[in-house]
Design a protein around this ligand. Structure first.
Ligand code: NDP
Length: 419
């Protein structure tokens, strides 16, 4: 069903819940509109030493056009202006034709690190000559993934200083596959030790998921960057320069990528995925050429008057396994997205990362980041000072006019109002 998103930001949470309910099944509608939470009994199964549950804002960035299909992206974030920036970027990118994504592969890699190997070359030959046997052994350790059409795909070795490392790649289908791989790898240890004459130091999945790469691209019409043609062209040039800076300056690259992860983490969290794994994968991939770089690039296409964005990163995302089936809010998130499979979801997440990056670079090279942040930050300051909703509405314009917008000023304004 087509939803009219006009004025979405101006609505109350209740009105927004009602608007999106057509995207949800009956039980999820009830769950969302009644502001239900993760049940304590379920939480107690998910982590140890439980005291309670912890809430964060659950928001929606609507109307992303990705590969010709529309997605509404749930985001869990505590940072003001992240969702607004993503939604703004999505609008401009949709007008310019939307995102295109490519999932290059979807395999997870794990490793068994062998040490004290007497002759690494001979050990390598011995292990490789038993490759098909070892792959079968890995599959026998986790037969259900083979039944689902996945399983161990390849095995190879690399000498790394004192270590001989055996790598295993596995098609984990809809799961992220950490437990799956760890089970398979541990099952290989006795055979690998025997074949190599060495000892296993550890057998574990690698989060450097180079066989789970996804690329999102988009082209934004330069005329959408500003109403003023010259200013729009200057902005496009500066965005290209900002992208170049993130390739050569690690101080900028870290912040460039943090901005991308503002979006990525928010949807990864909302969809019940392991955000530490996604962060580890992204940041290690940013260093793949030997120096840490920006994950995305922007180029100014002079001929077509478009700014062209591209983001490639590992996205070992899951739609099954872990805590995904346990957390009802996560189920709401998957339904809002239209229950995409893992490959489709990887493309959606990369698109959101690129949108977030676009919004950040446009703001940074244009008016500066603070202009957009100020209002939301002033609001947070007033809430922190103890103002209620009506007081925030009254005090916000006053605080925005203050030279020093800090906690003390917010408290003073609130005290004056209440006095
Ligand atoms: P699970 O152990 O939950 O395994 C995936 C489950 O999904 C399996 O039980 C599988 O069932 C089920 N499943 C249902 N449908 C499908 C499908 N279509 N495709 C694939 N599986 C399906 O999770 P993972 O092995 O994915 O491991 C992820 C968890 O491991 C996360 O919680 C993560 O935080 C954690 N972890 C991460 C580490 C890291 O990143 N370094 C290290 C250790 C743990 P069946 O068996 O019946 O096929």
């Amino acid at each position: 069903m087509k939803i009219n998103w006009t004025g979405f930001s101006k609505k109350t949470p209740k009105e927004r819940q009602e608007l999106v309910s057509s995207l949800l099944s009956q039980d999820k509608q009830v769950f969302l509109t009644q502001n239900q939470q993760l049940p304590i009994q379920t939480a107690d199964q998910m982590a140890e030493h439980l005291l309670g549950t912890f809430s964060l804002p659950f928001a929606l960035a609507p109307d992303f056009l990705i590969n010709g299909k529309t997605y509404h992206i749930p985001m869990v974030t505590e940072e003001p202006s992240v969702v607004a920036a993503a939604s703004f970027a999505a609008k401009l990118i949709k007008r310019s034709g939307g995102f295109t994504t490519t999932v290059h592969n979807r395999l997870m890699i794990g490793q068994v690190a062998l040490y004290n190997v007497p002759d690494k070359k001979m050990a390598e030959q011995a292990i490789l000559s038993h490759k098909s046997q070892l792959l079968s052994q890995a599959n026998d350790a986790h037969p259900s993934i083979v039944k689902r059409g996945g399983g161990a795909c390849d095995l190879w070795l690399e000498e790394k200083e004192d270590f001989l490392v055996t790598y295993l790649s596995v098609d984990t289908k809809e799961a992220m596959g950490a437990n799956m791989l760890n089970t398979m790898l541990e099952a290989l240890v006795p055979e690998l030790e025997e074949l190599s004459g060495g000892q296993s130091l550890m057998a574990i999945l690698s989060n450097y998921a180079t066989e789970s790469l996804v690329t999102a691209t988009c082209r934004v019409e330069v005329r959408y960057l500003s109403r003023d043609k010259t200013e729009a062209q200057q902005l496009a040039q500066k965005m290209e320069l900002a992208s170049q800076l993130a390739q050569v300056d690690i101080y900028r690259a870290a912040t460039h990528n943090k901005g991308i992860f503002n979006g990525i983490d928010a949807v990864v969290l909302a969809t019940g995925n392991d955000w530490r794994a996604i962060e580890a994968a992204g940041h290690s991939y940013a260093n793949q050429q030997g120096s840490y770089r920006g994950l995305s690039t922007w180029t100014y296409d002079l001929e077509n008057q478009q700014i062209v964005g591209e983001l490639t990163l590992p996205m070992p995302i899951a739609t099954k396994g872990g805590s995904i089936g346990l957390n009802p809010t996560v189920q709401v998130a998957h339904e809002l997205l239209g229950n995409p499979n893992a490959k489709e979801l990887a493309g959606v997440i990369a698109s959101l990362g690129l949108a977030q990056n676009f919004a950040a670079l446009k703001a940074l090279t244009g008016t500066g980041i603070q202009a957009g942040h100020m209002k939301l930050q002033a609001k947070s300051l007033l809430l922190l000072a103890g103002a209620n909703e009506a007081e925030v509405t009254q005090l916000l314009p006053k605080l925005l006019k203050e030279k020093h917008r800090n906690q003390e000023t917010a408290q003073q304004l609130l005290a004056q109002l209440r006095h």
